[in-house]
Design a protein around this ligand. Structure first.
Ligand code: NAD
Length: 350
């Protein structure tokens, strides 16, 4: 594979291929853009079918982080790392140490955080070998402390974003009685469902596993549906909080919701699906704008001044960022994702 000519290579500043014989580490670290600050982004471990697939993933994800941090007004650039391997069978302390040392050699140009296949515990282990990891420190929370996991902040930001979308599309401030379908009840989705319930929303939920569904049914009075049924429900908001690429030709045709606003990364299967949503009159809250609570959280941890009130206020900025995007998209008759990209580019290319 030629990296420079692949379509996902978007003027990346630096792409580093790292290996370590002893531990079996094979990793790629991509720094897309560091104009606004060091490149912060998750470290994903996945059994990629081949190196091309891993390279494409890291290039696409690191670029997305540049846009996410710029939109969230953070002094951060965009980067990401991927480890080729099965996190259940191949992840060893030696491999994580080798990865940490590879990150350390970049001298702080890239800062890692947890992602699919890695955990807060992995980041803690890596922090013994490099200071350039985050999402590791316990933080003050409403009731005592919480772990370094940024998911609660992502869920809060997504709630804030849903409020903005409801204001724009439905012309109301309250979420009372709002009908919301949540796809995926993992770290973010279940927390978001709880927050929506507390705000008065009525919930429909799905997941691949029984446990979170039982919890949501029992605790939140949510209606549980099968995974394939979540798209066609007669609801106000569809909140994707599971996988990427869930908005495609088939699912968009099924949607009855007036708003798509959820935490999942890379929700549009292809950029043209942003236009398809617009043409159907469905308001789309661009994924990297609405799910920025987590990166804002780790940024505050990184600065060493973890002030919960300042963090909360920063996350609440997602509301106005989205309203700006929605207003511009309406005036220019353009898909919201395109408008978000243009605003982010104005910031990080300046
Ligand atoms: P998670 O792995 O904890 O939860 C994902 C959930 O989705 C799991 O419970 C899984 O069973 C379920 N799921 C998978 N496929 C499904 C399907 N086809 N139908 C229904 N449910 C399905 O992940 P998470 O940390 O909650 O993150 C959720 C999404 O939000 C991901 O796309 C992630 O990239 C994105 N995100 C997370 C954060 C964060 O702070 N955790 C930040 C930004 C973006």
């Amino acid at each position: 594979m030629s990296v420079f000519s692949t379509p996902d290579f978007a003027d990346h500043e630096q792409v580093v291929f790292c290996s370590d014989d002893k531990s079996g580490l094979k990793a790629i670290i991509a720094i897309h853009n560091s104009n606004l600050g060091p490149a912060l982004g998750g470290c994903r471990m996945w059994p990629y079918a081949n190196e091309d697939e891993a390279t494409r993933d890291v290039l696409r994800l690191s670029r997305g982080m540049t846009y996410k941090s710029a939109m969230a007004n953070l002094a951060l650039g965009g980067g990401k790392s991927v480890v080729i391997g099965n996190p259940r069978t191949d992840k060893t302390p030696a491999l994580l140490e080798a990865l940490a040392r590879a990150i350390d050699r970049l001298g702080g140009r890239y800062i890692a955080a947890e992602d699919s296949g890695t955990s807060v515990a992995d980041m803690k282990l890596m922090s013994q070998f490099t200071q350039h990891v985050c999402g590791v420190r316990d933080k003050p929370a409403e009731h005592g402390t919480r772990s370094g996991d940024p998911s609660p902040s992502t869920a809060y930001g997504t709630l804030v974003g849903i409020r903005a979308a409801v204001k724009e599309r439905l012309g109301r401030d309250s979420l009372d009685g709002l009908r919301v379908a949540v796809q995926g009840l993992g770290h973010v989705g279940l927390d978001l469902a709880r927050r929506l319930k507390a705000a008065g929303a009525e919930l429909w939920v799905t997941d691949l596993y029984r446990e979170p569904l039982l919890a949501a049914g029992r605790e939140l009075g949510a209606t549980v549906v099968a995974p394939e049924e979540i798209f066609g429900l007669d609801v106000d908001v569809f909140a994707p909080c599971a996988l990427g690429a869930v908005l495609n030709d088939r699912t968009i045709a099924e949607l009855k919701a007036k708003i798509v606003a959820g935490a999942a990364n890379n929700q549009l299967a292809e950029p043209r699906h942003g236009t398809a949503l617009m043409n159907r009159g469905i308001l789309y809250a661009p994924d990297y704008v609405i799910n920025a609570g987590g990166i804002i959280d780790v940024y505050y941890e990184r600065t060493g001044n973890f002030d919960p009130a300042a963090l909360r206020q920063h996350i609440e900025g997602i509301h106005d960022s989205l309203l700006e995007i929605f207003t511009r998209a309406r005036a220019e008759e353009r898909p919201t994702g395109e408008v978000a990209d243009a605003i982010a580019e104005e910031r990080f290319r300046r």
